[in-house]
Design a binder for this molecule. Structure first.
Ligand code: HEM
Length: 207
């Protein structure tokens, strides 16, 4: 709670000083922490020999992935809240429009994960790890939302955000193929959740 207030305050100061737009800065910083949460641990699991020299740095990132994940979640919550305040004109129907709905579904999943990120809940909820695999589900939803919403509200193609979501999704595919080829333990959740996310993102655009 203190973290979210401090971060919101910092982003509000940035906006006040004209150094950045809270909605876009929070979304892009959130994406950076999303990549820092997901990539190091899964790259390490692929056991690339050429990464031996980078193992201490990767190990440091892996040890801090819980903090990165929480930061990422808080930033996306700040992004969604400030976007609602800035663009909705207080009409909840804004949340059900084609560019925004995938973001709202992703925000719901992120809030579920944030609520189950503390030790108290994790000691009582033995299957919290399965729930956190839902992070892969939000990748296609986030991509559909970022490209659609940025185009609609700021006339921008959100190129860096699209590239970031795209890279994470390509990683899932590469990881799947490499694990198969090299007979490494395969985590089916990553590819399954990403494919489900593709389906959900498509549904939001045809409903
Ligand atoms: C209630 C939830 C949400 C609302 C109302 C919302 C609203 C918006 C709006 C209005 C924009 C376009 C304005 C702008 O880019 O400055 C936008 C862009 C964006 N949103 Fe969301 N969003 C929500 C949740 C999310 C979530 C959960 C994610 C991540 C998974 C996300 C990621 C992004 C990204 C990456 C952009 C493009 C930022 C840029 O480069 O300009 N949003 N969102």
């Amino acid at each position: 709670m203190i973290g979210i207030v401090m971060m919101a305050f910092l982003l509000a100061v940035l906006q006040y000083l004209g150094l950045g737009d809270v909605v876009a800065v929070a979304a892009n910083l959130g994406l950076l922490f999303l990549a820092l949460t997901l990539l190091p641990i899964n790259i390490m699991k692929l056991r690339f020999g050429f990464l031996a020299g980078a193992l201490p740095a990767l190990g440091w990132l892996v040890r801090h992935r819980r903090d990165f994940g929480i930061l990422c979640g808080l930033l996306f919550v700040i992004h969604g809240t400030s976007a609602y305040i800035e663009y909705s004109s207080v009409s909840p129907s804004f949340l059900f429009t084609k560019p925004i709905l995938p973001g709202v579904i992703a925000a719901f999943v992120i809030i579920l994960m944030l609520l189950t990120s503390n030790l108290w809940v994790q000691q009582r909820l033995s299957r919290w790890r399965n729930l956190h695999e839902l992070i892969w589900f939000i990748l296609p939803l986030g991509m559909a939302h970022a490209t659609g919403a940025a185009l609609e509200y700021i006339g921008d193609d959100a190129g860096s955000a699209t590239a970031a979501f795209g890279t994470l999704m390509v990683f899932v595919l590469v990881e799947f193929v490499l694990a198969k080829v090299r007979r490494l333990p395969l985590n089916w959740w990553h590819i399954l959740m990403t494919l489900l996310g593709v389906g959900a993102a498509m549904m939001t655009q045809v409903l």
